[in-house]
Write a protein that binds this ligand. Structure first.
Ligand SMILES: NC(=O)c1ccc[n+]([C@@H]2O[C@H](COP(=O)([O-])OP(=O)(O)OC[C@H]3O[C@@H](n4cnc5c(N)ncnc54)[C@H](O)[C@@H]3O)[C@@H](O)[C@H]2O)c1
Ligand SMILES: O=c1ccn([C@@H]2O[C@H](COP(=O)(O)OP(=O)(O)O[C@H]3O[C@H](CO)[C@@H](O)[C@H](O)[C@H]3O)[C@@H](O)[C@H]2O)c(=O)[nH]1
Length: 436
């Protein structure tokens, strides 16, 4: 198929490279010229396993990028992979969705033949049919059902394993305004279905809500696990032993059972907040989701409190290992490491941050962390731990499982593990490990 993809960030770039790799002809339409140039040069604009080689293989052949919306006219369908951030009050910000829908509609006004617009961004129920549809329709002069069809196809990929998740999902959810549109997507996702993915056809609004329900469920699970971890700590009981046993119950499962610093990233925080704001707008008070956020917000402070019980933070040198919001990515959006750093600096510590890939991205995304009194960066975990009075593991990068040799460089060997890393036996003998 000829596929255009508007928005070439984490989702748009990943699915473009994967669809091109599966044999489709793919064009990314993106407003950021640097991203366009990077893709056309055969390079990946973001760090994701398996992405760079797929872009290198397909760029200039089945994959290209452009800032020109006119390119959508050569495609049969367009995926909208635009950012859907939150306003200050937590509600859903559709600015980019509206702008892109307008540009897409204007381009489609000059296209011959039918077109399918597929919303992949995470949006609240009603957005596809009541916001995107009318804007594209008006700008293109095509009513929905007459040369224009809509579909909502939420994406469940995780950062760090984006390529693998897109190519081998457990489910593909599609809500479409027309059965032929759903069939087009059924065909596009044939390789995923062959690998065992369930193809779930729903209403358009149901597809929109499934995405929020999925993320709300996972974020709530982590907050519950953190609450149980905090209770375990209060009793002086080993939280990990407790949660490991609880996870053996199939109804609960062992996944998303790691207590610690809590959830961050570009999805859970904004999606849970959008759902809370949306529910309130509909007249429902989502008390449980409010508590889920409150528990999560408290975890970085609890971690720093725990460290301060063992190290006088005023004037201390503290290593923060890991800056990205999770391993396998350079994404630092809403990373819990940043709150740990803020809290340590406020309490008078000098902080030495280290991350295998995210330091540069952190400094360009949030310039406040590039040049800040009391904040330094190291080129390795060993360098960060040199002369440190304490350390925090803020991201579960696998390399932190084995800090043999590096821990000996600390002045005081106190390490708070905020991520339940798999510490080697040898390391356990050389430091005082603190966990939830
Ligand atoms: N990142 C994830 O892991 C993930 C997973 C599933 C779903 N989602 C959802 O997918 C959507 C996209 O997320 P993302 O992480 O890829 O966002 P992103 O911020 O990484 O990328 C969005 C891209 O859209 C571009 N853009 C903005 N306005 C544009 C316009 N008018 N025309 C063309 N391009 C424009 C931006 O320059 C940027 O490159 C969001 O709704 C998000 O919630 C994200
Ligand atoms: O047991 C756990 C599991 C996760 N986390 C944290 O939870 C956050 C989110 O982790 P994860 O879900 O692995 O990462 P994301 O890439 O944000 O993926 C989520 O958000 C995406 C965007 O909506 C969805 O597509 C994915 O299905 C959904 O898992 C991270 O800060 C993790 O450190 C924990 O604290 N404990």
């Amino acid at each position: 198929m000829n596929v255009s993809i508007v928005g070439s960030g984490y989702v748009g770039t990943t699915i473009a490279a994967c669809l091109a790799d599966l044999g489709h002809d793919v064009t990314n339409v993106e407003i950021d010229q640097d991203v366009v140039d990077t893709i056309n040069a055969g390079e990946a604009p973001i760090h994701e396993a398996g992405l760079a080689e797929r872009i290198a293989e397909n760029a200039g052949e089945r994959l290209r990028a452009t800032t020109d919306y006119g390119a959508v006219r050569d495609s049969d369908l367009t995926f909208l992979c635009l950012p859907t951030p939150q306003h200050d009050d937590g509600s859903l910000d559709l600015t980019a969705m509206r702008a892109a829908s307008e540009s897409l509609g204007a381009a489609l006004a000059e296209k011959d033949g039918d077109h399918l617009v597929v919303v992949k961004s995470t949006v609240l129920p009603g957005t596809t049919e009541d916001v995107v549809g009318p804007i594209v329709s008006k700008a293109s002069g095509r009513p929905v059902g007459e040369g224009l069809e809509l579909a909502m196809n939420p994406e469940f990929l995780r950062m760090g394993t984006a390529v693998e998740d897109f190519l081998e999902p457990e489910k593909v959810v599609v809500g479409a305004t027309d059965s032929a549109a759903a069939d087009t997507l059924r065909e596009l996702y044939a390789p995923m279905r062959e690998r065992g993915a369930d193809f779930v056809e729903t209403g358009v609004r149901e597809a929109e809500l499934i995405k929020y329900a999925n993320n709300a469920f996972l974020a709530s699970k982590v907050s519950l696990v953190n609450e149980l971890g905090n209770v375990a700590k209060a009793y002086g009981v080993d939280a990990y032993e407790v949660l490991d046993a609880v996870g053996l119950d199939n109804r609960i499962s062992e996944q998303f059972m790691r207590s610690g610093l809590g959830w961050g990233g570009s999805c859970f925080p904004k999606d849970v907040n959008a759902l809370r704001a949306g529910a309130r707008e509909q007249g429902y008070d989502p008390e449980l989701l409010d508590a889920v956020v409150r528990v999560n917000d408290g975890q970085p402070r609890r971690l720093v409190d725990l460290l301060s019980n063992h190290v006088d933070l005023e004037g201390a040198r503290i290593a923060v290992l890991g800056l990205s919001f999770k391993p396998g990515t350079d994404d630092v959006r809403k990373s819990r490491a940043l709150e740990v750093i803020d809290s340590l600096l406020e309490r008078g510590a000098t902080v030495v941050g280290y991350d295998p890939v995210a330091t540069e991205n952190l400094q360009s995304t949030y310039p406040a962390y590039a040049d800040r009194d009391g904040l330094e960066y190291a080129a390795s975990a060993a360098e960060a731990l040199e002369g440190a009075d304490g350390a925090v593991v803020a991201t579960d990068w696998p390399e932190f499982d084995d800090l043999t040799g590096a821990l000996e460089r600390m002045t005081t060997r106190v390490l708070v593990d905020g991520r339940r890393i798999d510490v080697s036996e040898a390391d356990l003998e050389v430091y005082e490990g603190l966990t939830w």
